[in-house]
Design a protein around this ligand. Structure first.
Ligand code: ATP
Ligand code: MG
Length: 143
């Protein structure tokens, strides 16, 4: 299986609750290398652009309000099979339906305020990493 990268966002609810370190620790324990990490406040256009695929969904306005409420951490994760493995570690969108031991089960509050984002495919991971990080700012692949 190939070494991949995926994008994690630690969302405003988790940053506000001081769960960022605990979430990064869960990711390291799950075998991910944190290859880039920055704290930033998403502007409305940046949040709308990031979630443009959900523009027609009824919760889009609520989602953009939430993501711009307070700062997030944007994080690039690397490991073998990173996209699929991170989706597993992240857990279901609704924390109430997430498996025990997942980030959303441990730290998510509701379907809207669910602690973390994760890329849903390798193609989208590349697009999402490029949305936040210039190639020159991300450390080269380990090994
Ligand atoms: P993410 O893309 O944030 O990693 P996901 O892939 O599990 O989450 P998506 O279907 O892509 O889920 O939805 C994107 C985000 O929109 C969710 O993480 C959540 O914050 C919000 N969202 C999804 N469904 C709802 C809903 N029914 N009500 C409110 N917010 C929702
Ligand atoms: Mg998604």
């Amino acid at each position: 299986m190939a070494i991949e990268r995926t994008l994690c966002i630690i969302k405003p609810d988790a940053v506000e609750k001081k769960r960022s370190g605990a979430i990064l620790a869960m990711l390291e324990e799950a075998g991910f290398t944190i290859v880039a990490c920055k704290r930033m406040a998403l502007s409305r256009p940046v949040a709308e652009g990031f979630y443009a695929v959900h523009k027609a969904r009824p919760f889009f306005g609520e989602l953009v309000e939430f993501m711009t409420r307070s700062p997030v951490f944007v994080v690039v994760l690397e490991r073998e099979d990173a996209v699929a493995k991170y989706r597993q570690v992240m857990g279901a969108t609704d924390p109430a339906k997430a498996d025990a031991g997942t980030i959303r089960k441990a730290h998510g509050g509701s379907v809207g305020e669910n602690a973390v984002h994760g890329s849903d495919s390798l193609d989208n991971a590349k697009i999402e990493i490029g949305y936040f990080f210039a190639a020159s700012k991300v450390a080269p692949v380990a090994g």
